[in-house]
Write a new protein. Sequence first.
Length: 296
Amino acid sequence: MEQEIDSFIRFLATERGLSDNYQLSTRRSLTEFAAWSAKARQITAARGVTQPLISDYLSSRKNGGLSASSIKLIVVALKIFFRFLSGKGELERDPTETLTLPRIERYLPETLNELEVERLIESIDTKCPLGLRDRAMVELLYASGLRISELAAARLENFDFDERILRVTGKGNKMRLVPVGRKACEALGSYVSIERPKLVKRRSGSEIFLSNRGTKLSTVRIWQIVKACARRSGLETNIYPHLLRHSFATHLLSNGADLRIIQEMLGHADISTTQVYTHVDQQRLKAVHRKFHPRA
């Protein structure tokens, strides 16, 4: 089964163009299943796998304390793997054909309100070393709803200062254009003209955000920077980069933006992923109603 998994991962990389993280996650799910099949059932090839065997494996993972959301990821990995093998004619029948995804409780995303975002951004001292960079990063995360990986990969040649548009490569190597607000553009302009030239070294690339060594910032480092900014702001909320993405979408919706436009800006493939923000907005409306209506 290991060779079959290798072939499938190559397909994800070359034909589907899926991210390294997705490939690693899928490979881990499949290799763990293959190891369990070999040890517990002496099944070492995909053609020996049956639907009851998969169900037994998932039950063992559930009994081991694995969450429903993690099991769902395993089921998805198994489904696309065996569908791939069936499509190549290597299996007579797909053993995951009747396998259903586990139902998981859907949590509403956390968000900051507009005043909290303002407080977070204004607390960043641009006169401190790398303050212009950190301010520009947080401004851009909130202004355009970028994922942390998209921020790390943002390049100078993909940003149009005149049109205030950033070309972003998101999940599945899909490209999209996202607008950048006036304040974020001003923060980026200050950083790029004043601070970034001091960070550039011989080995520097064209990534917008650089470390003090002149290299591309890692997603881990960006996370640490945002957390440090949050601590200095004095806000008690647990603030992290993706929270700014949630806040971006929620504030757009609450101010009247169309859900399809928000979907496009976030780079969601499916509108159902974006629809979670309608529930957040409903919660806000209910809270306002309870607070202000005389008979609420």
